[in-house]
Design a binder for this molecule. Structure first.
Ligand SMILES: [Zn+2]
Ligand SMILES: [Zn+2]
Length: 612
């Protein structure tokens, strides 16, 4: 059962952890302390949540008497600067559990009290102090506040204490900090660029999809958005078919009993849409796994039937909090390119290896270079150490067998098994977690899956779960921002815009259109009574890869004059030749017309990039 980012870890340990001891992380986490000191200076009654380093900076959560304004952030930033100028040393001290509780309770720091209460008995309880500010903390820290890098506070946002909406809502202040001024400026530029690339804006400008208050669940897909979706889906299905998968489809409405068997009812119920149906209670499926297993159970399976590789691309429903919804990145109705492999234990390494190869193959035409992380046993886990040793070893073997470099994410596994997480960097250098490959011994147990062995006995299979795009919705959000809407031709909703110069070319334009459609290409004719230049400009703005200008000479010769989105053009190309060329590029899923313009724009200096 792949529960996105829902791994169970030791909450108290995580709350205290200052992150890996990377120098930049240490600096960023120290900045969180400096920010907390500044906030307490402005709001002496503030209660502190947690303040970790994050991938581009830091944050701290505060319980404050009123909502923060941009002026507050400016005032906090000034006070942080004063502390940096004062070069205050960070000093470490330790307290017994009782003394720590007494001191924090006396300060009214209720959230800190809660953290200390959850620490295991006998744990050393350490504090770090700079100036007059002292914070419960595991460290490490920089030597003095003068060692902080250039930083900027970005914004504040609501955040529930421990991510739990039944707990108080705190205000989280985000800051970014870098080793050099240049890196800070580059990062601030990236943030601006990310706004320009916002998929919600591009989706509207390119007529791909829209959001409406009438549905709090999902976007509305326009014709061009559906064309993009289908191109992605066709590619994913092709990769799956090559990998030996067959497609299944299972119902959205499922009785509660199935979710009880799978464990979703006890672990995931809050995130499910459930309602009564006559005498029964039913839930909309948040995941496909249990139903795929029911299909497995419809027959007697032999060792020869395994592996069984089932792909299920049906709708899923997750009752995410309204506040957590974010464009296409988090929706309540989603579709995964979901896969379940039911196999023998001796096939697990090969099957995970296959999954990793399919991930690489599927990402290739986007120009993404996936990175792999092996997420190992968390503190709270099911199963013996021997089980984890074996399961982690199988995933490592599969990674090595695929010749892949990977890093470890210690403690990042799900509570029931380790997994491999796949990350990509987009054109802005933002890291996205995409695919996850998860092995699972729990669901086969819960569903009592069995197959007949070669020796005539019965054995329990293993399930491997994976989705490569993840959800289509989120993936489309990511690639829309990555390409800034300038999709390569194989993905582009409209691959060719035919632009007849005058009305007398309309009939020929219709013939060209028919020939392109017959070749399986996506084409539109701009037959508006506009000047050619205006039509070309509009097609360019719509990021259409190829514009085909048709004039007298083209018509007489049965030719076309293509202009690419990237500026190259040719004249009098025979229609057949043009079609064969474009079809070849689309079928090969080339990154063409060279979509690296998006990447180059991101890689260049801020001044040059801003002009793109
Ligand atoms: Zn600290
Ligand atoms: Zn699954």
């Amino acid at each position: 059962m792949v529960i996105d980012g829902d791994e169970i870890r030791s909450a108290a340990a995580e709350l205290l952890d200052a992150g890996a001891h990377d120098p930049l992380d240490t600096m960023r986490h120290s900045a969180a302390h400096v920010m907390a000191a500044a906030v307490l200076d402005l709001f002496p009654e503030a209660k502190l949540g947690i303040g970790p380093a994050i991938h581009d900076g830091f944050y701290y959560d505060f319980d404050l008497p009123r909502a923060l304004t941009p002026d507050d952030l400016a005032a906090i930033e000034v006070r942080m600067g004063e502390q940096v100028a004062a070069a205050l040393p960070f000093t470490r001290s330790e307290l017994s559990r009782d003394d720590a509780l007494a001191e924090l309770a006396a300060q009214g720091q209720d959230y800190k009290v809660e953290i200390v209460r959850e620490l295991p008995e006998g744990e050393v309880i350490s504090f770090y102090q700079h100036g007059t500010f002292k914070d419960l903390c595991r460290g490490p820290h920089v030597a003095t506040t003068a060692k902080l890098g250039p930083f900027k506070l970005l914004n504040s946002a609501a955040a529930y204490w421990r991510g739990d909406e039944k707990r108080p809502m705190l205000q989280r202040i985000y800051g970014t900090m870098w080793a050099t001024q240049e890196e800070l400026e580059q990062h601030l530029w990236r943030l601006e660029e990310a706004k320009r690339r916002d998929h919600r804006k591009i989706g509207r400008d390119l007529d791909l999809f829209s959001f409406h208050p009438e549905s709090p669940a999902a976007p509305f897909w326009h014709p061009r958005g559906m064309a993009l979706w289908r191109a992605l889906e066709a590619w994913s299905l092709k990769v799956r078919t090559e990998g030996g998968f067959v497609e299944v489809r299972t119902p959205a409405v499922v009785r509660k009993e199935l979710w009880e068997t799978s464990g979703h009812w006890s672990h995931f119920r809050e995130n499910m849409f459930a309602f009564p149906d006559g005498d029964h209670e039913v839930g909309l499926k948040p995941m496909n796994c249990p139903e795929s297993l029911l299909i497995f159970k419809t027959g007697l399976r032999s060792y020869r039937d395994l592996p069984m590789r089932l792909a299920d691309y049906s709708w899923l429903f997750r009752n995410e909090r309204t506040g957590a919804l974010a464009g296409m990145f988090r929706v309540r109705q989603l579709t995964q390119d979901d896969a379940h492999v039911i196999c023998r234990e001796d096939q697990v390494v090969d099957e995970v290896n296959l999954a990793l190869r399919l991930v690489q193959r599927q990402y290739e035409p986007f120009g993404f270079q996936p990175r792999f992380k092996l997420a190992t046993r968390p503190d709270k886990k099911l199963g013996s150490d021997e089980f984890w040793e074996m399961a982690e070893g199988m995933l490592a073997d599969a990674l090595k067998g695929a010749g892949l470099d990977y890093t470890l994410d210690p403690g990042g596994g799900a509570f029931y098994a380790p997994k491999i997480d796949v990350f990509i960097d987009d054109a802005l250098g933002r890291e996205w977690q995409m695919a996850t490959v998860q092995i699972d011994y729990q669901l086969p147990e819960r569903f009592e899956l069995e197959y007949r062995t070669a020796e005539g006995g019965t054995a329990r299979p293993v399930v491997i779960h994976y989705a490569i795009y993840g959800s289509f919705e989120r993936f489309i959000g990511v690639i829309t921002e990555h390409f800034v809407g300038a999709f390569p031709a194989w993905l582009a909703p409209v691959q060719v815009m035919v632009v007849p110069i005058a009305d007398r070319h309309l009939e020929y334009a219709g013939q060209v259109r028919e020939a392109l459609v017959a070749a399986g290409l996506r084409v539109e004719v701009d037959d508006r009574a506009e000047r050619m230049q205006a039509k070309l400009r509009d097609a360019q703005q719509q990021q259409i890869p190829v514009m085909l200008v048709l004039g007298d000479r083209d018509q007489e010769a049965g030719a076309v004059s293509p202009r690419l989105r990237t500026g190259e053009s040719a004249q009098g190309v025979p229609l057949d030749e043009f079609i064969a060329d474009l079809r070849g590029r689309v079928e090969a899923r080339e990154l063409w017309p060279y979509a690296a313009d998006a990447r180059e724009a991101a890689a260049t200096e801020p001044e040059a990039g801003a002009a793109v």
